[in-house]
Design a binder for this molecule. Structure first.
Ligand SMILES: Cc1ncc(COP(=O)(O)O)c(C=O)c1O
Length: 384
């Protein structure tokens, strides 16, 4: 049977889970106002950094008494700053259901050697938050980028917890609800949902996290790049734009442009609606077919950003080889770039659905996914 290629292609085939697609219509000329060649400590630089912080607060609804800092080394930098500065005062609970969460477990248990209970779930599943002890410091990833499994809400986190909750929210921020009253540390990087540039991270601290910083000194030395206190007091400047070291003013401008675009599509609600519509298009596609399914087992935990899919057709003998072949075919056709599953995750595809992706592009890509699947199944039959 001849397999016919779809007639139309997505206008933008970039579906990578990071760096993610830039805002629709992005052009480098949009960055013309960047304070290039100027000091980030000059008024112009400081004003831009402060605007980045305050617009982030506005769009995400971060409470006025939470600090927001721009920090080096992207989301990883922000998470590491939190782990190395805050942990050790009490027992920890490390929660992981995919690769990035597992990375934080390694850090805390093997490097920092913190007394920690480790709670894990397989790819596609999630840890039951009702079983966690929130009188310990609990470290977790809100949206598991490599499994497409997210925490549906923070209901299981008690308001009167004694421990801190440290949340890597890099593929959730700007796409999912983050209940800040339940979160003491929230981190993300610019390169994810808003399609910004890598290398810069955002670190958000609750008043309780600040209190910990000011009352507890870890037993280990902290490099300058991690230090948030001086003489037992928070360095407040970090949280108004006086960054620890030099940021890229080009990346700052790019983030400001992305934040402006976010406001133009309706802020957080508009971004969530866009991600939801994108993910829904894929879920509907899967529901109508018996050869592909969401990796997330419980529909309530399905990510609306990093949508992870597995092939379920019994004719497939080697899942990894098959998924790779489909991915390569999509890439060769120029209809879906960077959609292979993460290297540690089960074989399959991962399609980014965050707000910078146009639903029309998802809809134009899906017939190609069907086409690539049919073509690879036909190839299997030929070699059998
Ligand atoms: C959940 C999660 N945590 C951390 C990271 C690392 O982010 P970065 O490379 O921006 O430091 C990623 C990147 O994809 C991620 O998805």
């Amino acid at each position: 049977m001849a397999i016919t290629a779809p007639a139309t292609r997505p206008a933008n085939p970039r579906f990578s889970s990071g760096p993610c697609a830039k805002i629709p219509g992005f052009e480098l000329t949009m960055l013309a106002d960047a304070a290039l060649g100027r000091s980030h400590r000059a008024k112009i630089g400081k004003d831009k950094l402060k605007a980045a912080i305050e617009t982030t607060r506005d769009i995400l609804g971060v409470p006025a008494d939470y600090r927001i800092g721009i920090v080096p080394a992207s989301d990883t930098g922000a998470v590491e700053m939190a782990l190395w500065s805050l942990l050790g005062a009490r027992k920890a609970t490390m929660v992981a259901w995919e690769s990035f969460g597992a990375g934080w477990v390694t850090d805390v248990v093997k490097q920092l050697k913190i007394d920690a209970e480790v709670k894990t779930a397989e790819y596609g599943e999630i840890v039951d938050f009702a079983t966690l002890d929130f009188d310990t410091d609990v470290v977790f990833t809100w949206n598991g980028t490599t499994s497409g499994v997210r925490l549906p809400n923070g209901d299981a986190i008690p308001a009167d917890r004694a421990g801190l909750t440290i949340c890597d929210a890099t593929s959730a921020a700007f796409a999912q609800d983050l209940p800040f009253d339940k979160l003491d540390v929230v981190t993300f990087s610019w390169q994810k949902v808003l399609g910004g540039e890598a290398a810069h991270g955002i670190l958000i601290l609750s008043p309780r996290a600040v209190e910990r910083l000011e009352t507890y000194t870890p037993a280990w030395p902290l490099p300058k790049i991690f230090r948030m206190t001086k003489g037992g007091k928070l360095i407040e400047g970090i949280f108004v734009g006086e960054t620890i070291n030099t940021p890229s003013m080009l990346c700052v401008e790019d983030y400001l442009v992305a934040l402006d675009w976010a406001k133009s599509v309706g802020g957080l609600k508009g971004l969530q609606d866009r991600a939801n519509a994108n993910a829904q298009a894929i879920w509907d596609f899967c529901a109508a077919r018996d050869w592909i399914d969401n990796l997330a087992v419980d529909p309530a935990t399905r990510s609306n950003t990093s949508v992870c899919l597995k092939f379920t057709d019994p004719r497939i003998t080697d899942g990894a080889v098959f998924a790779k072949a489909v991915q390569k075919r999509l890439e060769a056709e120029g209809v879906a770039l960077d959609v292979g599953a993460y290297r540690d995750a089960p074989a399959g595809l991962r399609i980014w659905c965050g707000g910078t992706i146009e639903t029309s592009d998802i809809e134009a890509m899906l017939p190609w996914l069907e086409y690539a699947f049919e073509a690879e199944i036909a190839a299997l039959a030929e070699t059998a």
